[in-house]
Design a protein around this ligand. Structure first.
Ligand code: UDP
Ligand code: MG
Length: 311
């Protein structure tokens, strides 16, 4: 099977956050399954500021096994940034990003490599054929997020995942992104290149629990839309135009009534109008506000992440 890699080096980039209990077992499982397929990759862990003993496990693995490296963030920066830091901080010919919890099943990696070799593509993009056993809430939030994202950005990312195989060229392109806030899946699809979709079945999480609450998913969704597109700003212009038209019609009608003496006490209309325009203005200001906040964050030019340790 080494023929698949044709002497190219493969690194698995795995973000981990508070995975102390599961990490060692999962590492062995991934290693074992891949060895069965004749694949012997390097491992590169990104400890996303875990507060438990995850880093101890990573450093132990790194001293026990060859080809295991890791970096540790000084605090929790989130999975998106962890993935990005991961691919930036290691050199290889092929990069595979995956979760540490076996929900991105290692048994598919061989097929992904085969697809890449056969199709000659730069990205093999894992898409969830089914969403596994997620809670209803989780599924609902994810579904509506992708709907909104698609209608705003035109980006079809339904069932997309961070289970991706990429070659060096793609990673070099990703390194050119200097923004602090980014949505990993978003930029991978933004850079283009020849991409082949690869459907896979999500397995259940083996040990530990998901780190993404509904609130966190919502923030992720907001952040993804904001970092990907400025279209919501144009929405405010559209709603402005709509209200201008409305105002024109109402204005003409009011003047007509005034001049022909039909002007009646129309308090309810006034109240309604004030409420509607008021909320539209607040909404628009809000949208503008979040973008300004983004500009402020970017312009501070803070480091995107802080690496505390390496092994
Ligand atoms: N993760 C991370 N930083 C975080 C949250 C999660 O690096 O702030 C890692 C986590 O350790 C795991 C992967 O991202 O390897 C996926 O997380 P999880 O299984 O909790 O998410 P889900 O599968 O429920 O989407
Ligand atoms: Mg998971």
């Amino acid at each position: 099977m080494e023929a698949l890699l044709k002497g190219k080096s493969l690194v698995l980039v795995i973000p981990v956050y508070n995975e102390e209990k599961a990490l060692r077992a999962n590492f062995h499982e991934i290693k074992r399954l891949l060895a069965e397929d004749g694949i012997h990759p390097c491992f590169h862990f990104v400890d996303d500021g875990s507060r438990d003993g995850t880093w101890q496990v990573v450093s132990a693995l790194s001293s026990e096994y060859e080809g295991v490296t890791g970096i540790k963030f000084a605090r929790n920066f989130g999975k998106e940034i962890a993935l990005r830091a991961g691919v930036e901080s290691v050199d290889a010919d092929l990069y595979l990003t995956m979760d540490s919890d076996l929900q991105h099943p290692p048994r598919y990696i061989k097929d992904m490599l085969e697809v890449m070799a056969r199709e000659g593509c730069d990205i093999v993009d894992g898409v969830k054929a089914s969403r596994g056993h997620e809670s209803f809430k989780h599924r609902f939030v994810a579904k509506s997020f992708y709907k909104v994202l698609k209608s705003i950005t035109g980006l079809e990312m339904d069932n997309s995942s961070d289970f991706k195989l990429m070659n060096r060229q793609v990673i070099d392109a990703l390194r050119e992104f200097h923004e602090r806030n980014l949505f990993f899946r978003g930029i991978v699809s933004w850079v283009g290149f020849k991409t082949v979709k690869f459907p896979f079945e999500v397995d259940d999480r083996t040990l530990g629990e998901t780190h993404f609450s509904v609130g966190r998913l919502f923030l992720l969704a907001m952040s993804a839309i904001l970092s990907y597109t400025s279209k919501p700003l144009y929405l405010t212009i559209f709603s402005g135009i709509l209200f201008l038209l409305f105002a024109l019609i109402m204005g003409i009608q009011t003047l007509y009534n005034f001049f022909f003496g039909h002007a009646i006490s129309g308090f309810s209309t006034v109240i309604l109008l004030i409420l509607i325009t008021g909320s539209m203005i607040m909404l628009s200001l809000g949208i503008i506000g979040v973008y300004i906040a983004r500009i402020y964050e970017e312009i501070k030019r803070r480091p995107r992440y802080i690496i505390e340790r390496r092994v």
